[in-house]
Design a binder for this molecule. Sequence first.
Ligand SMILES: Nc1ncnc2c1ncn2[C@@H]1O[C@H](COP(=O)(O)OP(=O)(O)OP(=O)(O)O)[C@@H](O)[C@H]1O
Length: 553
Amino acid sequence: MKQPIWKPFFRLLHQARLPYFYILLYTLLSISASQLYLLFPSYTQKIMQGNINQTMALMVAAVVLGQAFVTSVNQFVLAAASAKVTLRFREMIWGQILRLPVPFFDGQPSGNLISRITQDTSKLSDLTATLPGNVLSSLYMFFGAFGILFSYHWKLAALEAVMIPFLYGLGVWQGRIQFSWNQKIQEKIAGLTGHLSEILSSPALVKGFCAEEWETKRGSGWISQLFQADFFRSLINTLLLQLKNLASLIHTVAMIGLGLWMISRKEITIDVWVAFYLYSQNLLNSFSRIMSIWTTVKSAQGAVRRITELMEEATETSGSPADSGFVQGDISFRDVTFSYGEKPVLEHLTFTAAEGKMTALIGSSGAGKTTVFQLLERFYTPDRGMIRIGGRDISSFPLEEWRRMIGYAPQAPFLFSGTIRENILYGVHRPVTDQELCRAIQDSCCEEFISAMPHGLMTRLGENGSGLSGGQRQRLSLARLFLQNPRILLLDEVTANLDPESEYMVELALARLRKGRTTLVIAHRRSAVKDADQIIVLKGQESGPSVPERSLL
Ligand SMILES: Nc1ncnc2c1ncn2[C@@H]1O[C@H](COP(=O)(O)OP(=O)(O)OP(=O)(O)O)[C@@H](O)[C@H]1O
């Protein structure tokens, strides 16, 4: 083990609210099962000594039935414990991912994050739910059996003591090999998941470019890589299992050989040897379990590391409610400089967007228009300079409060699978009356098409709002903004891809929405800036520092 995983592992346990009752119950039942297994050989010995009577028969029956009962109840407890632990870890990680800042997601394949929640949590749960029970019950059995073996005969016990280090070395070696293969599989699964989720998010694009054949090949590449890794892992696991079986066989043969030799020399009686043999099997079983715990730990090591890294990422700081304040006044960028990593985008940007007025941002592609919106949303922080509203630094407002004051309409509106009603109400953090909803639908020019739908507001949309035209999607997202009632509007080329009729409808809705709100619009087309009170030209890096030009249309 290169890096100890215990510290981060225990930190994770502390963070997740684990079902300790189930884990404790599993632990106690596992130890009870070990105790019952330890009783069985001594009863067998007594029977072999001729101690056959009703009490003995009842005792043996009780031990055998007890073992079966405890083991099967424990299976249920373990299933419940694992499921609950998985649930808690998944909730914890999902909550963390949603609170990470936007820069974290830059260049982070979504497939990787999905596999943190699906694959890695399963591994972590296996470890967490079973670790205390398996470790304690195996150690109980291991030391219990060893103690009893020494009390029987030291020579036979010494044979065990010699065998165990070899078996241990073998187990550690196997664990290492299995760990490295498990890691390979994890990487392949993450790659495949990332690739599939990217392609499945835009099936129309694939079809539009007639790229089915090409994508089939690319997908097959990932699938066959996973197959190869899976195949070799199974092959290696089978070989390792055979090796383990061979080691057990050697152990058993040595046990039998030494036992028979000692019986022939009258050093032990046959009943002692039988009991000894059974205890040595217990010892071996408990040792195998300890080694399988080792394998579980090794295979969870990567998952623990990845999840810990994720959990230790700094989340967005929400700020204190004491800093709340009324968001009003002109928005001013003062000497703002910003780069994405090493890549400078804005330099010394200074402009003011007057309260309640419309400011258009224009400039060539890559000039930094969307970046201005990103900074306003506080997805990123300026490297230098300051953004203020009514003279107050925008970063001094509690984050959530600030973002709720901003209504952002992107070029491609965000809609999700669910009813039209659910889509309109997304992000509206207050109860909404039917009248308010109707009003927002009317203001956003959605009334006509929603009432033409078979189930009206309760009509279900597909992923990304499929089932609606571009203009309808855009108007639906504007209905959301009417309800959200933000003080600042950020409109990113909202009408860019619409036909004239849809554009007219969206413009109508936008004109209503803009009333009384400070609006910033990203525009490429003249028609989109015709109502602007001022235009800021961003020049980007190509043409030197981006000094804005102010002019009226
Ligand atoms: N998350 C990011 N990480 C790194 N670079 C980025 C990121 N987002 C944007 N950029 C880069 O920053 C520059 C400005 O991007 P931005 O999206 O702000 O431009 P824009 O003016 O809105 O362009 P367009 O009109 O084409 O949408 C571009 O060169 C872009 O490649």
